[in-house]
Ligand binder design. Structure first.
Ligand code: ZN
Length: 421
């Protein structure tokens, strides 16, 4: 391989683009590992299928002369040495594990777009100034072991290694046992300094497709508030209690839900509200519910607006409770601040989309991603591409080859610009 030293985005990178057909072929090869009968993928974290996907990826990296290391939670790092290997690397990546009946592109796209970037540099004989690495984070999906985004959390010091290793799957098998069985734990240190981290990903929402845009320039992750709500009325006999004498906790909760929907409308479209769990305590079909508990998931890109949203929800709950004669209690279960991405990295992605003349818009990430954790560790951003009807975590997940190619071209330019700075 002839290596030409390049020192800026203006030389070398300007004229090269990734090979879209090769990227697509590689995506389809990976999709054959753990393929499901309805055209999706099942490669649960740290299973033999996950390992098979990783091994294929590693051999493709090694064929390009990349070195491969892993850390104690099994995160993989495949490295293309730069001309100044003493400098901190620029890292691309995502995950190869999937939901039990997952799609072919969630996570996989980011890893294989990164591989295509390296292949393109290799073909062109270009060596960047900084080393470039591809990270494959362990257990992003959280489908076999909770929590999701485990590998990146341990790497970034958000979760302890001991805590992660002790987590077990439904069969009682621990992360520690699975790591040992599959052989992925290595000695690369946690929290190693990265110059920057770029993650390409399918949007997993409908916005880009609806607007006919090719690229989402992701500016950060949204703030999240999880509330636990408990509504207390009086349980009583379903057959003997007149309607006017009842304090039905469920009907009060139903009125609260419709009040909350009105609050959400005031914070739309950026504010999102979901009641994902609801249960009647000691349920019985011939007893008027005395207590109902439900969860509330509130999201907004801005911390201060989320806090107003949260407050408005609490006021609405109290108003309905007073009207209905029930007691309501609200407890904060979890609060996660918004994660703004690094403005320089975001700008590199934006400039790449402009230079390549791809339609694009700035947007925030609705879902959690490894990049949200890594953003606490180093300058970070993401690149989104459209997916059909926003469907993800589903075997029907689908993308257009053209979008896959465009996203990888943006990744190539943004990463190489950063690596040559
Ligand atoms: Zn993902």
């Amino acid at each position: 391989m002839k290596l030409t030293q390049i020192h800026s985005a203006e030389t070398g990178i300007r004229d090269i683009t990734i090979n879209g057909a090769r990227l697509w072929e590689n995506l389809m090869e990976m999709a054959a590992i753990g393929a499901t009968d309805k055209g999706g993928n099942s490669r649960l974290a740290l299973t033999t299928e996950d390992s098979a996907g990783r091994r294929k990826f590693i051999s493709d990296c090694q064929a390009l002369g990349m070195t491969v290391t892993s850390d104690a939670i099994g995160n993989l790092f495949c490295r293309l040495e730069g001309t100044r290997p003493e400098l901190d690397p620029v890292v691309m990546g995502s995950h190869l594990d999937t939901q039990p009946k997952g799609g072919r592109f969630d996570g996989v796209y980011g890893v294989l777009a990164a591989l295509e970037v390296i292949r393109t540099l290799h073909d062109a004989g270009l060596q960047p100034k900084r080393s470039i690495e591809i990270a494959v984070w362990t257990n992003e999906e959280g489908a076999r072991f909770t929590p999701a985004m485990m590998g990146s959390a341990v790497f970034a010091g958000i979760m302890s290694l001991d805590d992660a290793r002790a987590r077990t799957d439904a069969a009682g098998v621990s992360v520690a046992t699975s790591l040992e069985k599959e052989g992925w734990a290595g000695e690369s240190p946690f929290g190693r300094t990265f110059n920057a981290y770029f993650e390409a990903h399918i949007e997993q929402g409908p916005v880009l497709e609806e607007k006919g845009l090719a690229i989402g320039v992701v500016t950060g992750g949204q703030a999240i508030s999880w509330l636990d709500i408990s509504v207390s009325g009086n349980s009583a006999h379903a057959g003997t209690t007149p309607m006017r004498n009842r304090t039905d906790a469920f009907l009060a909760a139903a009125a609260m839900a419709s009040g909350l929907e009105q609050v959400a409308a005031e914070f739309a479209p950026a504010g999102l509200l979901t009641i994902g769990e609801l249960s009647i305590t000691s349920p019985s079909r011939n007893t008027i519910p005395g207590e109902v508990i439900f969860t509330l998931d509130l999201r907004h890109p801005r911390d201060e607006i989320l806090s107003q949203f949260d407050q408005a929800c609490r006021e609405s709950l109290s108003t309905v409770a007073a009207k209905r004669g029930v007691q309501v209690s609200v407890e904060q279960h979890w609060l996660s601040a918004a994660t703004p991405f690094d403005s320089d990295c975001v700008e590199l992605v934006n400039e790449a989309a402009i230079t390549l003349e791809y339609t694009h818009q700035r947007m925030i990430s609705g879902a959690g991603h490894d990049a949200i954790h890594i953003a606490k560790h180093c300058p970070t951003t993401m690149i989104f591409i459209p997916c059909a009807e926003g469907i993800s975590h589903n075997e029907a997940e689908s993308i257009e080859p053209e979008h896959a190619e465009q996203g990888a071209n943006v990744l190539l330019r943004a990463v190489c610009s950063r690596a040559n700075q």
